[in-house]
Design a protein around this ligand. Structure first.
Ligand SMILES: NC(=O)c1ccc[n+]([C@@H]2O[C@H](COP(=O)([O-])OP(=O)(O)OC[C@H]3O[C@@H](n4cnc5c(N)ncnc54)[C@H](OP(=O)(O)O)[C@@H]3O)[C@@H](O)[C@H]2O)c1
Length: 239
């Protein structure tokens, strides 16, 4: 049996990954989000606010005696309010760091700790962003968190190599530009808060956005054969 723990399964890319995985009767999915929109006999929902580190620290990964594969997909994320630094809300800065960077770090730490003696294939995929590689005005906190996710993941990969833990694979994978609520929020931004808003409106109008199911299938290909992927940080566009 394969066990998948996926954050942000109520809509968008995370819901698509969960739904595609559930099509295989060998797969069990545990999803985390504030809302639940999946009903399935092999789906368990954890109603949680991942921007609250106390809630994340309280959650414990279960014993999995019959597992053949275990995976954690840190997908939940937010842009926060799109605004220039100096106009940001202090509490929201903290929440965005918590959701995008602290919660993946906490979950990855407890995942690796819980399953350290389990020799089955273990995969951690952090859903990153091109915004973690280049600055985008109005998105400073988001850019910083995604850059953090990339380097966090690269460091784990280094540690796993030193520890010779060949059954554990870690990746930080950007999904490209995907037609989800996050993109709807971007298109609503004020031009004074985000100089490139028109480009993103054009992406939608020119049907440039990828559909979540197509992107999710790329993540499934990594989960199916992690040994085929030699880079730690890459984009689904490279697959
Ligand atoms: N869409 C894109 O073009 C794009 C591009 C690059 C990177 N990404 C990355 O891809 C990932 C998924 O994005 P998406 O576009 O699918 O976003 P989305 O449609 O907005 O979905 C976000 C998911 O995260 C969950 N979430 C948000 N805040 C949460 C909180 N405080 N606690 C628990 N769960 C929370 C949401 O569930 P609830 O609201 O029910 O809690 C939802 O299931 C994100 O990490 C994003 O940064 C997306």
């Amino acid at each position: 049996m394969n066990y998948y723990f996926i954050t942000g399964t109520s809509h968008g890319i995370g819901k698509s990954i969960a739904t595609l995985l559930l099509a295989d009767p060998h797969n069990f999915v545990t999803g985390f989000a504030r809302n639940c929109s999946i009903e399935h006999e092999r789906y368990t929902h954890i109603k949680i606010d991942l921007s609250d580190d106390e809630q994340v620290k309280e959650w414990a990964f279960p014993e999995l005696k019959n597992a053949t594969k275990i995976a954690l997909i840190n997908n939940a994320g937010t842009l926060g309010t799109i605004r220039y630094v100096g106009n940001l809300d202090a509490a929201e800065i903290v929440q965005t760091f918590q959701l995008n960077l602290v919660s993946p770090t906490l979950l990855t730490n407890s995942f690796l700790k819980k399953y350290i003696s389990n020799t089955v294939t273990q995969i951690i995929i952090n859903v990153s962003s091109g915004a973690g590689k280049n600055p985008i005005d109005g998105w400073s906190v988001y850019c910083a968190t995604k850059a953090g996710v990339d380097l966090f993941t690269k460091t784990i990969a280094e540690e796993l190599k030193i520890l010779n833990r060949k059954n554990v694979f870690v990746f930080s994978v950007a999904p490209g530009v995907v037609d989800t609520q996050m993109q709807s929020q971007i298109r609503l931004a004020n031009k004074d808060d985000f100089s490139r808003v028109k480009t993103f409106v054009d992406y939608k109008n020119l049907a440039y956005l990828e559909q979540p199911d197509n992107v999710a299938s790329k993540y499934l290909s990594i989960l199916a054969h992690p040994e085929k992927f030699k880079d730690v940080v890459f984009s689904v566009k490279d697959i």
